[in-house]
Design a protein around this ligand. Sequence first.
Ligand SMILES: Nc1ncnc2c1ncn2[C@@H]1O[C@H](COP(=O)(O)OP(=O)(O)OP(=O)(O)O)[C@@H](O)[C@H]1O
Ligand SMILES: [Mg+2]
Length: 577
Amino acid sequence: MIKKLAKSIREYKKLAIITPIFMILEVVMEVLIPYLIANLIDNGINAGNMNVILKVGVYLIICAFMSLLFSVIAGFTASKASCGFAKNLRHDIYYKVQDYSFYNIDKFSSSSIVTRLTTDVSNVQMAFMMLMRMAFRAPFTIIFALIMAFNVNKTISLAFLFIIPVLGFGLILIVKKAHGYFDKVFKTYDKLNNVISENVRGMRVVKSYVREDYEISKFKKVSNEIYKNFTKAEKVIAFNSPLMQSVVYGCILLVSYISAKYIVGGLMTTGELTSLITYSLQILMNLMMLSMLFVMFTIAGSSGKRIVELLDEVPDIKDVDNPVMEVKDGSIKFKDVNFSYAKNKDKLCLKDINLEIKSGECIGIIGGTGSSKSSLVQLIPRLYDVTSGCVMVGNVSVKDYDIKALRDKVAMVLQKNVLFSGTIKENLRWGNENATDEEIEHVCKVAQADGFIKEFPDGYDTYIEQGGSNVSGGQRQRLCIARALLKNPKILILDDSTSAVDTKTDKLIRNSFKNEMKSVTKIIIAQRINSVMDCDRIIVMDNGRIDAFGTHKELLKTNAIYREVYESQTKGVMANE
Ligand SMILES: Nc1ncnc2c1ncn2[C@@H]1O[C@H](COP(=O)(O)OP(=O)(O)OP(=O)(O)O)[C@@H](O)[C@H]1O
Ligand SMILES: [Mg+2]
């Protein structure tokens, strides 16, 4: 894990190495100070020698100043290296996530990816900074101070050697226990982010259904879960402090007690006692630092594991060697296709699908909700890979294409379509970066969007808010269709993309498709029978299977489901009229 994470240090390696060096220099200065003070007391103050006092005083000032300087430099380099490391790490994760297929994203869930990119990276960044500053500083101080203390008085210094193993043992117990709780805390963070992002995104729905109370209670539940797990973890960690302090004070008492005896016996000077106490404080303070470092690493360990999971995830949809770069035509073939989602591996969502669609045909798909209409068409631009069987476009398996080449030619307006913040023009250019203004206007006319865009005061430069919240549902759908058309695709898939458009405009869109895009294979998923009635052929989906495939007239005669849907919808219209 550490090796994987360390890869992101890159250009900050030098700073990461320099920091501990400065830290060690600081330690040397700090350890020299008590030695000098002992000297000052014994040879200067007690002996009444002004020369020594002045000389040692100057040394002391130099040491203190140098120690401060080194500490500032190390603080600066450590911050820079750790921030840089976090930047690189975020960058690496983000790049990796861009390669994820829908399958990979389903596996982690998007809110978990967000938590890992933010909270987890911050935890690792903190740990890295502590590592550079403390991981060397603390042991070095302990070792140097021990050496100096032994120099002053061997017997008393032996006391330290007893404390260290006791502390070490206590720490290991604490860390082991807390680790599991922190793992849990981060998992609940994912849940919390999920609840928040869902709520904020769906705020309008929440409000219109007056579900605020329900959402608040949902939030409270997750928030409480974090609180409980955190408290449990912190309770264990809380033992750290009393353990440390009792050991520290016990040790100081012991040192003072023995030293007092020595001084009374004339075996030790007051200066030596002062320096011994300072050394023991230094040793114990740094042991405390080390224990905090352990705690920090426990937290960062959980976070690091979660980050490495993202970095290690293998995108399941990858380009093959020597991919086919050109989609010849818009014909589509499904051969014995079965498909299931990652989260629900045992349940086949599509069963025994066999289909042949000719280039340029207009195909309608109809079927109840959850009958796997969206799942079926998502296999065509290879948003998901089939579980078994084969999907072919232009007589070549979709797996043999260069993914970009395939998706450029298979434009799909997703059921859950989104617009991004930016102007209308910028949004449409997602379809084709180099599209001219005329091309943009043309596709908007085909998608029946030109009219309402021109009515906006800023026309095509109108700014779309995040998620397209300042355009109506029907307008958003038409903009999404225009964006797909701009790709100049050979296959165009509309997944319930005109559901919010009025029936008249819906018909105008279909008419312009017919006239302007004769050679493009069009697949239209709809709930309204009117939207698919005049397609060349219509697929009726039922529970993951193709129930029937034929023209409107054929299906009316032969297919019970189709007839039922037709009758219920047309009757409804008649009753309304
Ligand atoms: N990302 C996913 N992960 C797991 N299961 C999924 C996923 N997407 C859809 N499903 C499941 O697959 C089945 C078919 O869903 P699908 O979205 O294809 O239906 P649909 O016919 O498009 O429905 P609708 O008309 O409501 O859009 C459903 O049972 C659904 O719960
Ligand atoms: Mg669907």
